[in-house]
Write a protein that binds this ligand. Structure first.
Ligand SMILES: *[C@@H]1O[C@H](CO)[C@@H](O)[C@H](O)[C@H]1NC(C)=O
Length: 491
């Protein structure tokens, strides 16, 4: 599950951008965050530094009257101004997104190749959470193509030691446009102002989608004083490389069916809202690999094999078969100069997988009793791979979960099920943890630091000097007799 926006509340600040126009009261200066592109020759890795930077999503920004010398809000708290935003089109024409004070307002700081996101930042306003995108220029997102042989491996370091139960540090990619949808309908702001978000939950909390407002049918959130939900949602393929805190972690492909890029959904079925969860265009559950949920309770956490009290290197590999279809997503770890292989599934009937393949997903869904949307026709890793090949934007966020208190990541869930049943226990957090309105007071200083982002050929992004098992540097190894059970077919 991806981020729900927590929007900063602005009163009467002075900033200036245009509606989904671009404002100019506050200069938009993107914090630098270098990243690397790596190659491997023999056993030697060479990485080249890129001057990438980050931009905060438009939904967090001050949205103001676009007229010169008019500073009234188009949006306050969790409601739109009825005069400036009488309709979706008028709102996009009348309102401007403003530049951001990254550290002061949003608690976003960078240094070299490191980015820190703070959970709650109090200034003249209170900001909760944030979501930024990696850019290669001041007007375009840095595109990643994990299906290209030169960029099948992605690495980053992360410090989640200050991330308690209920707070999610997410690093993931979504099929947004490189220019953020600039010049689509009334979008004059574009990637420079962090526009164009979409994900596989088809989020309804976005104020603009594809250059048009989402004001029609907007309903303020009952639990979040800074958010609301419009009639429209923004759907797109999503690859969750990392959703984690100090207690639990998961990686999860969320493919969508028959959509390319951002797709605006307008009805509850297409959007997959509520009871239509498995009828929509995107796979909201995805196929997750959470070591704890797969039965290994000693692998990840404070003092465990992967010790979350210290910085961790996380490596993800996208493996193709001879037809260039995505067939496996692997995870490896590096800590204390040692490569740590991902823990294996321990539940009977799934097999000793330590990576995501369609076969793992079929069996995991069956044994856990989860919905089989992921492995239904038109879904699965092949669909995820097609989307990745079109290019994805990297999102980095910190958030808390108003909908389900993050229990799906770090607690027994659903809460009414016996935690000893396969797939219910996902981490050691209490089922009463994770209420965002409590966390804002009890854990406001939670923060995550992401650093050392690298992309490159298989095995090229590992730190130099570590011994890498051969099995990680080659291509796809089809399943052999090692699995305990023949695939269970799910229609
Ligand atoms: C968060 O940090 C601020 C500033 O250092 C401090 O005053 C405050 O007590 C901290 N809050 C909590 C709940 O730890």
């Amino acid at each position: 599950m991806p981020a729900f926006s927590k929007i900063a509340l602005f009163s009467s600040l002075i900033a200036y951008v245009s509606a989904q126009q671009a404002g100019s009261v506050t200069a938009e200066t993107h914090p630098g965050l270098t990243s690397s592109v790596c190659t491997r020759s023999g056993t030697t890795n060479t990485c080249t530094t890129k001057s990438t930077k980050v931009v905060i999503d438009g939904n967090w920004r001050w949205l103001r009257n676009n007229q010169a010398n008019q500073y009234n809000n188009c949006y306050t708290g969790n409601s739109f101004d009825a005069t400036l935003c009488p309709s979706n089109t008028a709102c996009a024409q009348n309102c401007a997104l403003e530049g951001s004070d990254y550290s002061g307002t949003y608690g976003i700081t960078t240094s070299g190749n490191a980015l820190t996101l703070k959970f709650v930042t109090r200034s003249s306003t209170t900001n909760v959470g944030s979501r930024v995108y990696l850019m290669d220029t001041d007007t375009s997102y840095n595109m990643f193509n994990f299906m290209d042989s030169n960029s099948q491996e992605f690495a980053f370091d992360v410090d989640v030691s200050n991330m308690p139960c209920g707070v999610n540090a997410a690093l993931y990619t979504v099929e947004m446009k490189a220019n953020g949808g600039l010049n689509t309908a009334n979008n004059k702001a574009g990637a420079k102002f962090g526009t164009g978000y979409c994900d596989a939950q088809c989020p309804h909390d976005l104020k603009f989608i594809e250059g048009s407002g989402n004001v029609e049918g907007w309903t303020p959130s009952s639990t979040d004083s800074n958010a609301g939900f419009g009639k429209a949602g923004a759907c797109c393929n999503e690859m969750d490389i990392w959703e984690a805190n100090s207690i639990s972690n998961a990686y999860t492909p969320h493919p969508c069916k028959n959509i390319v890029g951002v797709s605006r959904c307008e009805d509850p079925v297409t959007c997959g809202d509520g009871s239509n969860r498995y009828a929509g265009v995107c796979d909201k559950d995805g196929c997750d690999f959470n070591p704890y949920r797969q039965g290994n309770h000693d692998f990840y956490g404070p003092g465990k094999t992967v010790d979350t009290t210290k910085k961790i290197t996380v490596i993800t590999q996208f493996i193709k078969d001879s037809s260039s279809n995505l067939v496996e997503i692997r995870r490896a770890w590096v800590q204390n100069n040692q490569v740590i292989l991902q823990s294996k599934n321990e539940w009977a009937g799934i097999g000793d997988y330590n990576s995501i393949t369609d076969d793992y997903c079929v069996k995991q869904k069956s044994v856990f009793g989860d919905n089989s949307y992921f492995v239904s026709p038109g879904g699965g890793l092949v669909e995820m791979g097609k989307s990745l090949a079109r290019g994805h934007v990297l999102a980095l966020s910190i958030w808390a979960d108003h909908a389900a208190h993050l229990l799906w990541l770090n607690s027994p869930y659903p809460v009414d099920k016996d935690p000893s049943l396969p797939g219910v226990a996902r981490g050691t957090c209490s089922t009463t943890s994770g209420d965002p309105n409590e966390l804002i007071n009890s854990a406001p200083n939670s923060s995550v630091t992401y650093s050392n982002i690298k992309v490159g050929q298989l095995c090229s992004t590992f730190p130099s000097g570590v011994t890498i098992p051969d099995s990680l540097c080659g291509g796809y190894i089809p399943p052999s007799g090692k699995f305990l059970q023949a695939p269970i077919r799910i229609p």
